[in-house]
Design a protein around this ligand. Structure first.
Ligand SMILES: Cc1cc2nc3c(=O)[nH]c(=O)nc-3n(C[C@H](O)[C@H](O)[C@H](O)COP(=O)(O)OP(=O)(O)OC[C@H]3O[C@@H](n4cnc5c(N)ncnc54)[C@H](O)[C@@H]3O)c2cc1C
Length: 527
């Protein structure tokens, strides 16, 4: 078996891994190796924003995981797309730039994680950011991650915002500033109409550094230990099995499913789970894989006769073909859409201190993660529960590192999540039925008849993730915590987790920017 030695080895070149690799390798004396199971990010489906319609529904640049059957979803298996290329999920995501509610971070700090309150993390968000509108107290400019207004938002997205305002929501031009409530167009991680993934933002500028090595198509299969400390990882890929040594630290950034899976495969986790798969216990940590939280979501789908929308039609195919040169030369037009162009944050009940539901308005008819195609035009409105109480887990299906992890989000096991979703759907329908949207939508595709019971039945038939799994190696100090506030694994020296798994509680918003901030903080704490 071949063997090479670095100071820090990072597993997973996703949102966190790319940001971390950039920051750590800024010190020329620090030898950093970044390992990614997927390929380089050469596919145009990654860089043309509308290309996500080609990556999200299928395997390839996507692990396309499935969950265990979910009792809360009528026994269906949920779908869990995850990026599998340089950039990880930031190479296939919907590019919405969202930090969550400021109180989310104050909650993290209050849960026993000093240094993670909003005032602590705001400078880290600003540091990474290159805000098209310029810098202010909330935003940074000159950072690696381009955050811009959509180059060519569709009129239907503006109409959604108008309709939400008529329904009583405030107009919010910046969800990442003083207040989150209200409706508006989303800002996106794009640069001149191209996707600004974590790989584009953070990895590309660092690739010329002699102290940074990036290995693609290498699947990490377990952590290697020496004298009880993490000392490297074993990888499989082109050229067989190799050992990549880490003199200083091994950092897992393999995502909310990949990081706990690697800990379990390496003998770190709940005793019974390891015994079930015949894996020798190295260190008992009952919280590994526990505390899985995800945003449960129902998509309301409408047909439309507005042929300027995206649709499965010959006309759209033709316009996309024509739109290619506009995208290439000017970075504008149809192909720059992230589909989820507008949205809203709202409170479903009196007395809530912050929004509990997020809406995503899509300029296309998107059903079952675009795995089920419908001929014609349409619009959709996703309704997501922001701080679900249900918790699931990630485990192993077997001791084979090439097998997908066991994913059980336990969606809707807490009745409060269902009640919030029901209330959110009613509010969303009120907005979608508004006059400003009338030119852009016809009938709703999946209706259910009168009453809450019928709506609940529809939720069980059709709801699923809106792609924000987190919390499976959560930080904290209690016996179920996996990492401390510096993101070091409890009880094992020289081993850390830096990605969405460390979030101790759900974020009230999308999770890419928060994950990049987590990497920014980990790097800052290690400097
Ligand atoms: C379809 C979709 C749409 C989304 N839309 C948005 C959005 O609009 N806005 C937003 O803020 N968030 C969005 N998200 C969520 C956001 O992208 C993720 O929360 C974020 O990218 C997670 O970052 P991460 O570093 O934790 O994991 P990832 O970015 O998933 O990175 C993990 C990396 O590790 C690699 N890996 C895993 N296992 C191994 C192994 N054993 N060996 C080597 N490499 C391994 C993976 O291939 C991957 O590259 C979306 C996600 C998806 C999937």
């Amino acid at each position: 078996m071949s063997s090479v030695q670095f100071d820090t080895v990072i597993v997973g070149a996703g949102s966190a891994g790319c940001a971390l690799a950039n920051r750590l390798s800024a010190d020329p004396a620090h030898r950093v190796c970044l390992i990614e199971a997927g390929p380089e990010d050469r596919s145009p489906l990654i860089h043309i924003p509308a290309g996500m319609l080609g990556t999200i529904p299928r395997r390839g640049l996507n692990w396309a995981f499935e969950t265990e059957p979910q009792p809360g979803l009528g026994g269906r298996r949920g779908y869990q797309p995850r990026g599998r290329a340089l950039g990880g999920s930031s190479s296939i995501n919907a590019m919405i730039y969202m930090r969550g509610h400021r109180s989310d971070y104050d909650d993290w700090a209050a849960l026993g994680n000093p240094g993670w309150a909003y005032e602590d993390v705001l400078p880290l968000f600003r540091r990474s950011e290159d805000q098209q509108r310029g810098a202010d107290v909330f935003h940074g400019s000159g950072g690696e991650l381009s955050v811009s207004d959509l180059p060519s938002p569709h009129a239907a997205s503006q109409a959604f915002v108008e309709s939400a305002v008529r329904a009583g929501l405030s107009r919010n031009p910046d969800f990442n500033a003083a207040g989150q409530d209200g409706a508006g167009l989303y800002q996106v991680t794009q640069r001149r109409g191209r996707r600004c993934s974590a790989a584009v933002a953070f990895l590309r500028p660092a690739l010329g550094r002699p102290n940074l090595t990036v290995l693609t198509c290498r699947h990490a299969t377990r952590i290697v230990f020496a004298n009880g400390r993490a000392a490297g990882v074993e990888v499989e890929g082109r050229g067989g099995t190799a050992r990549i040594g880490a003199a200083r630290e091994v950092i897992l950034s393999a995502g909310a499913f990949g990081s706990p899976q690697l800990l379990l495969l390496s003998g770190i986790g709940p005793r019974e789970e390891l015994a079930r798969h015949g894996i020798a216990l190295r260190h008992e940590l009952p919280g590994v894989g526990a505390n899985l939280a995800d945003h449960i979501d129902l998509a309301l789908v409408y047909r439309s006769e507005d042929a300027s929308l995206m649709g499965i039609t010959a006309r759209t195919a033709w316009r996309a073909l024509w739109g290619y040169s506009e995208w290439r030369d000017r970075g504008t037009g149809l192909l720059t859409t992230n589909f989820a162009e507008a949205g809203a944050f709202l409170r479903t009940r009196e007395g809530l201190a912050r929004p509990d539901v997020q809406l995503h308005f899509l300029v296309g008819l998107v059903d079952d993660h675009a795995r089920r195609l419908h001929y014609g035009y349409g619009v959709s409105c996703h309704v997501a529960v922001l701080r679900p109480k249900s918790r699931g887990r990630v485990g192993l299906r077997s001791a084979n590192p090439r097998e997908a992890p066991l994913i059980d989000p336990n969606f809707l096991v807490d009745p409060e999540d269902l009640a919030t979703l029901v209330a959110g759907v009613k509010r969303a329908r009120g907005i979608m039925d508004g006059a400003p949207l009338a030119p852009h939508r016809c009938e709703e595709l999946f209706t259910e008849g009168e009453g809450d019971e019928a709506l609940i039945a529809q939720i069980r038939r059709r709801a699923d993730t809106i792609y924000h799994p987190l919390g499976t190696c959560r930080m904290g100090t209690d016996p179920m915590a996996v990492v401390d506030a510096a993101l070091r694994v409890h009880g094992i020296e020289r081993l850390s987790v830096v990605d969405a798994s460390v979030m101790p509680a759900p974020i009230g918003g999308n999770t890419n920017a928060p994950t990049i901030m987590i990497a920014e903080k980990a790097a800052h704490d290690r400097a």
